[in-house]
Design a protein around this ligand. Structure first.
Ligand SMILES: C[S@@+](CC[C@H](N)C(=O)[O-])C[C@H]1O[C@@H](n2cnc3c(N)ncnc32)[C@H](O)[C@@H]1O
Length: 230
């Protein structure tokens, strides 16, 4: 943290840019880029900003689209906000991830947006992921969610989060919320030994005809479960 603040004050962009985007995972970036090429997202939301490494990447990739990111820890929020202050499309808030999503819900015309969510606010025993997904499903018809640190079935080479309270980021944990709402589930096609960087697992949760058409045809993703749209 101290080094990050010094780098920021000295405008040492090299130091800050060496922090990884999407955990330095090439396959993950390809999933993201292939999705953003084919789906016209109108807003992007990241939970868990930390020092805005991935936020900066999102800000550049979604240059004409608003990007919202929320961070609980005040010091990290201050670093992130300072670092990205030149990006006019970015709003960083110092808040809990569930409040960030509620803030986005309350924006004018928000429910007609097609949002991209990057859910990465899982570090502490208070795990917000289930409620984050619930809020998204309750408020948008079409969306795409990418969850970091998620267990990829049949590929233990991808890492996932396991907590002291017995919870882990896996299909069993999100099962109640994903089965209540009609969502489809996808995992990376690439085996973990083709992935680079931290090799953290991920899951894609999607809903809405236009979004699903693109996700289903995406060779970087394999379908795990496709919900029947009403
Ligand atoms: C893995 S880091 C995020 C990394 C960042 N997304 C990136 O790619 O560079 C997780 C961050 O989430 C924050 N966090 C944890 N729980 C949170 C919550 N409930 N609401 C908002 N932020 C939270 C932590 O303080 C930490 O900075």
């Amino acid at each position: 943290m101290e080094q990050a603040v010094e780098a920021l004050l000295e405008r040492d962009a090299d130091y800050l840019s060496k922090f990884s985007v999407f955990n330095d995972q090439t396959e993950r970036k390809q999933i993201f880029e292939s999705l953003t090429k084919t789906i016209e997202f109108s807003i992007a939301v990241e939970t868990g900003t930390k020092w805005a490494n991935t936020t900066q990447y999102l800000a550049q990739k979604f240059s004409g689209v608003p990007v919202y990111s929320g961070e609980l820890v005040r010091e990290s929020f201050l670093i992130a906000r300072e670092r990205l202050k030149a990006f006019k499309n970015v709003t960083i808030l110092n808040c809990d991830s569930r409040d960030l999503i509620k803030t986005v819900v309350a924006l004018p015309n928000s429910k007609s947006e097609v949002p991209f969510f990057y859910l990465d606010a899982h570090w502490y025993d208070d795990l917000p992921l289930e409620e984050e997904i619930e809020l998204i499903c309750d408020n948008w018809g079409s969306f795409l969610i990418m969850v970091d640190d998620f267990k990829v079935p049949h590929d233990p080479g991808y890492g996932w989060d396991d907590y002291k309270n017995g919870k882990k980021l896996d299909l069993e944990y999100i099962g109640p919320v994903t089965s209540r709402h009609k969502v489809s589930i996808f995992f990376p096609t690439a085996p973990s030994d083709h992935e680079t960087g931290a090799k953290r697992g991920s899951v894609i949760i999607a809903r809405g005809q236009n979004v699903l058409e693109q996700v289903s045809g995406n060779t970087h993703l394999r379908e795990y479960f496709q919900a029947k749209e009403a």
